[in-house]
Ligand binder design. Structure first.
Ligand code: BES
Ligand code: MN
Ligand code: MN
Length: 453
């Protein structure tokens, strides 16, 4: 491993400038006019993978954005690690809150700023560089495959299909993913749980056109008022989701499991300060790490309708909309939850409006056991580079395709992510500390080393 570590040290600057090249491409999967950028990003990644030492690196078509597939087969009898990452990023609005433009990456105060700096170009690219360092040093102890998708942020529908059609190509002993975070820089940890998701869009409509609110106000249901009232009924005063049967399949953790969860360091004051809230809120009877780790949640992601422009306009809007997501935990099923949601949401509407409910995407939760060889290798790698044994922890985020990998490929994933709460993923001024980037590369290299022992 000496050569690998020396190689990383020697090539640090180049690694960073190559990452900047990727960060300059606005690969926003949610925006349909970005298709050329998606393609350009995939091609650039394939080129970088070939340069890094892959035997092959192809931009492969899917029903959506292309998948970049690459591999280096050192010897067929060696173990095979399949790396997953995504090259698509979230939209960048509100633009005016960025201190520097989202697609003009920059290092300030030891952090890389730019959309995708962490999620997931920065974290994904660490794998390309760890692979390069080991291959170039002649210390790569296993076969490596890469599967990089361009639709994670919109639900990975194309990748799920592509996986089913490419089962043989994707044969591997473990899937390695850096698309998660750690409890903190001083509390290295490995994610062993991800929440599932069910994402809905609702529309409440009333009159055939906007009405004068003086002439009609008080006489017809206002869709925006109605939508707000209906949304208010989705949760109760105890912070629980009010959809009937929503909790029926939620796994109950024992007191012993819960106290283990609570043992991880968590500072509520620092937490509140870091996100600027006067207080936390959530399901009664659970502490914050439990609320995000092992309990489900329902959130309105956006709501619109009526007049939101300058000045005033006296109307009863014809229609109102909301995007609503539910984070799910084992053993909730997103299809069933979507159905229960729709049933309940329709049931709370008043007769004066019409309701439509659309399911946008869903995914299952994932739990990674900690008694796997690959998990132990990851834990050793983290201990080696961070100087502390990592804690297993449950993340509140979702990567729906991870459970698909298990179902379709029969392979477990190790969630070896290095993100921090301060990285502002999905938000303005997303950033990734340089130290995490470089230490992440080293940790991944050590993972290969221990996993192949
Ligand atoms: N990388 C995140 C998920 C994540 C972040 C997990 C931090 C754990 C810690 C991923 O890119 C993401 O944002 N996923 C979406 C899923 C969705 C759009 C289907 C999410 O969690 O909102
Ligand atoms: Mn991600
Ligand atoms: Mn994301």
């Amino acid at each position: 491993m000496k050569n690998t570590i020396a190689y990383i040290e020697k090539n640090k600057e180049r690694f960073l400038s190559e990452l900047f090249g990727l960060l300059r491409i606005p690969s926003i999967s949610a925006e349909s006019d970005r298709k050329p950028d998606m393609r350009r990003c995939a091609e650039e990644l394939a080129r970088l993978l070939r340069e890094a030492g892959a035997d092959r690196a192809d931009v492969m078509p899917t029903t959506g954005n292309p998948v970049v597939y690459a591999e280096k087969i050192v010897a067929p009898e060696l173990p095979t690690v399949l790396v997953y990452a995504h090259y698509d990023v979230m939209p960048v609005e509100p633009l005016e809150e960025w201190h520097t433009p989202p697609f003009e990456p920059q290092v300030r105060d030891g952090r890389i700023y730019g959309r995708g700096a962490d999620d997931d170009k920065g974290q994904g690219f660490m794998h390309v560089k760890a692979f390069e360092a080991m291959a170039a040093s002649g210390e790569l102890p296993c076969n490596v495959k890469f599967m990089l998708e361009g639709e994670e942020e919109i639900g990975s529908a194309a990748l799920s299909l592509w996986c089913r059609e490419n089962r043989d190509l994707l044969k591997a002993d473990v899937i390695l993913v850096s698309d998660t975070g750690m409890i903190g820089w001083d509390t290295p940890s490995i994610t062993c749980g991800l929440r599932g998701i069910a994402y809905m869009q609702v529309e409440v409509s009333g009159p055939s056109h906007d009405l004068h609110s003086g002439l009609y106000g008080g006489a017809v249901a206002n869709p925006v008022n109605e939508l707000c009232r209906m949304i208010a009924r989705l949760t109760d005063a105890d912070g629980r989701v009010a959809v009937p049967h929503f909790y029926d399949k939620v796994r109950v953790y024992s007191e012993a499991e819960r106290s283990e969860l609570r043992a991880a360091p968590f500072d509520p004051e620092a937490y509140k300060r870091s996100i600027g809230v006067p207080d936390t809120a959530g399901e009664a009877g659970y502490v914050t790490p439990e609320r995000t780790g092992i309990r489900p949640a329902l959130d309105v992601n956006g709501i619109w309708g009526g007049h939101t422009g300058e000045g005033t306009k006296t109307i009863i809007p014809a229609r109102a909309f909301a995007k609503i997501s539910m984070r799910l935990v084992p053993d909730q099923d997103y299809r069933e939850i979507a159905r229960l949601f729709e049933e309940y949401f329709r049931s709370v509407a008043s007769p004066g409006v019409r309701v439509s409910v659309e399911f946008l995407h869903g995914g299952a939760p994932y739990v990674s056991p900690t008694d796997l060889k690959a998990y132990r290798a990851a834990a050793k790698a983290v201990e080696r580079t961070f100087g502390k044994k990592p804690l297993p922890f449950y993340s509140g985020g979702s990567i729906p395709v991870i459970s698909t990998f298990e179902e379709v490929l029969g392979v477990k994933s190790i969630l070896l992510g290095f993100g921090l709460g301060s990285d502002a993923i999905h938000a303005p001024n997303e950033n990734y500390p340089l130290e995490n980037f470089y230490r992440g590369i080293e940790t991944i290299a050590w993972f290969y080393h221990y996993f192949s022992e």
